[in-house]
Design a binder for this molecule. Sequence first.
Ligand code: HEM
Length: 397
Amino acid sequence: MTSAQPLTVPALRDGCPFDVPRTYVRAAEQGPAVRVGTPDGSECWLITHHEEVRTVLADRRFSSDAMLPGFPLMTEELRKMVGESRASTPVVDDQEHIRRRRLLTAEFKAKKVDALRPQIQRMVDDTLDEMIAEGGPVDLVSRFALPVPSAVICLLLGVPVGDHDFFMDRSHVMLDFAAGPEAMMKARLELTEYMNRLTAEKQREPDEGLISHLLTSGELPADEVAGTGLLLLLAGHETTSSMLALSTLALLRNPGQPARLRENPALVKGAVEELLRYLTIVQNGVGRVALEDVEVGGQTIRAGEGVLCMLSTANRDEGVFTDPDELDLRRDARSHLSFGFGIHQCIGQSLARAELQIALETLLRRLPGLRLAAPFEELRFRDGVGFYGVEELPVTW
Ligand code: HEM
């Protein structure tokens, strides 16, 4: 093992809000596998380059079981939360994970998601109709970026329209570190109870939603179906919402780029890939723990040592992307790692892509005068926490 570096994680942004924190950039300059300190006094490895991040995420000698000793969870609070949520949302990497993943990938196949596009378009239009009727300035996060993914996940799971507000509010609190651990756990508990109730209802009266599909498949007991619903909510709601708000902001800060998209809406698919790369909202990396000694980037990672695969620095690897710090909607960014890689690669990526493509294209088309309604310098960003985001985005048009 090499001696500890002075770098510690998680790092806060210290320059432009779209730049990767300097600590991670420095780590990437030091090498593809760098030892860093964590707030709980332990150490882990930062995997920083594109090739090594892919290699580690594809290597079954690294586990994503957050309960294993050495897994880089940073704080005791997070460890406690993982422990309490484990019963309902098992995310490990054994045969059981493969079986469950197969059940879900069937629900998120590109073809199935494509069939949802007209409904997503309608949700985007309805949300915009309301926002436009109210008139600017509005907070784009609470009026658009959050309600759209929330409505989509409700549609997918089969959550009744009357429960949408409850669902959106609690799921936001559940992942809001600013709300504090107690409020987060309370929101999680309320959602767990809600999911259990909803699953029981779907058992009595099945519909076309994912919960009913999972129940009728007979592959999972009802409590695990409810847990899976919660997992999807956790994994798919705040992520897409953060991406939507930050993407809009990034486009507004690069004025030539939205014009290009308006002129040629066909560019939106590639643009979303580039925004996913440039923004890399999973900002503090994805954790793994080595199950045996493994050589990575010239370093030996010992069994039991934790690693953080830094998607952010991998996505700005100069060896893979030219001028990586530039947002360039015309570039081919498809090799970005924002949805991870390997057996845990994001299940919901087709859905997230469809939502982002439809929402951004529609927003720019319907509001050609869209602009910030507050100084950029006054915006507050979600720093340090798992998903990067902007707290509020005041806009007008
Ligand atoms: C822009 C939006 C999104 C981003 C950036 C994102 C990112 C990621 C990443 C990086 C992983 C891999 C984690 C790891 O390797 O440990 C992941 C896994 C996952 N994502 Fe997403 N995600 C997004 C949207 C969604 C959506 C919409 C859903 C579902 C509704 C979803 C469901 C999942 C699930 C279930 C996993 C776990 C897969 C497994 O462990 O096998 N995600 N996501």
